[in-house]
Design a protein around this ligand. Sequence first.
Ligand code: SGN
Ligand code: CA
Length: 514
Amino acid sequence: MQLLFLLLFFSVSSFAQQKPNIIYIMSDDHDADAISAYNKKFISTPNIDRLAKEGMLFTKSFVANSICGPARATLLTGQHSHKNGMKDNRTRFDSSKMTMPKILQQNGYQTAIVGKWHLVSYPTGFDYWKILPGQGLYYDPRMINMQGDTTMIKGYAPDVITDEAITWLDNRNMTKPFLLLYHHKAPHRNFIPKLKWLEVFSKKIFSEPATLFANMNEHGQAWRTQKMSILKDMTLFTDLKVDPAIIPQLGGFTIDSADIRGYNAIMNRIPESDRKQMKEMYAERGKQLLKVWGNDSLVLKLKYQWYIQDYMACVASVDENVGRLLDYLDKNNLTKNTVVIYTGDQGMYLGENGWFDKRWMYDVSMQSPLLIRWSGKIKAGTVTNQMVQNIDYAPTFLDIAGSKIPTWVDGISLKPLLTGQQKTLARKNLYYHYYEYPIDHYVVPHLGIRGERYKLIYFYTVNEWEFYDLKTDPDEQNNLIQSAEYKSLILQMKNKLLDLRNKYNDHEPAGELN
Ligand code: SGN
Ligand code: CA
């Protein structure tokens, strides 16, 4: 009897050791430029960088629809938005759909999600979940548990979510391999940092992007329609925490009471021990603002600095917590057999074109960070320039787990690329479709195709096309759609776009796109 038990025990535990665990870390709106493995200009992120040092860094990782809910639905299904139904943040994800976590569960994996969810319906296909309602809060976030109860948890969201993830790891069924989706709320708008990081970052001055002062009138209708300008749309009080006490001194300023309410709500949630000091630090911004008020260029310069200071200070907390998680894996002998993926739900404008937010098919927001560590399988310090897309995550995880990839998945497995079996991917073009309009930022719906060198975009509701040469114009400032020189190339790209659209069965808008 005892022998039988021992045999059973060893076979179960060796099974657990064979199948790799998967930890997928996704932060909210974390741009690749805010990771030092990609760019050292803004911040040092030693913990996230560890994944590049010990694993693989993707320089050309993209999303299929640069916005939160849709990116999350794509992670679960490996499908483009029109197929999984989650085209924008207002949609409710159909929880009866078959998903990658459900398949892993059927194949002996234990599955969990902790942190931001944003799919409206409750998670299915998870043995354990604890999620933020909607966007979630930075300080003392509320979390919904599997019983549907919402409770407030004291602390700062990145710390709280990490505590919850580690608690689950501690309590999980140790005989099974696992999939953990560990999803941060930071550094999403309204970018509310911890005091200690605000102290560090409020002293820094960042260089400005070359396109900070881009003139919208020199571009198409989509540029002129958007409301994601740091100067005009980023609010002084809620977004940048300037003290509203200065309002009487701001000549010609139109008061927005929601902005002031937002500021008060933020300040009231900051722990009392830090509140006074943080308010004082932020009040300094008001003094600086008064000196330049009336001069839009100088106001934009200041607002840009404050945005980046707050954003990077939030990223610093994420990095610190990724460090805690990686330490936990080291201490618990999990590093070797756990694939760790770090990404964001999409890219983020950090002042390029004078903007914040995301949504566009331009590389700034279509690109997402992607770093993957898989000890013993991925050669440490590898960099790949292959174009990958978030539709590939689900099939990759299924492949890593030895599960069959269903035919309804749009993406491809990156496993051969990770293990070095394959150096290049057969797919040469990526398909993209963005829908959400007008709220929140009036980005005109568009679809398009990204090749290695060229990008074609169609803003179909205003019937405008754009074409960019990413080699000579990486900032995508020079729309070549009217250029005679590119005529035949544009036609080729258009045919490829139509092919891809057929391949993925996307029928919106109807017709041949003229
Ligand atoms: C909020 C933000 C927007 C942001 C959307 C979507 N405004 O509405 O700036 O684009 O979320 O973000 S805020 O003032 O409430 O912060 S997403 O990451 O969920 O797609
Ligand atoms: Ca997001």
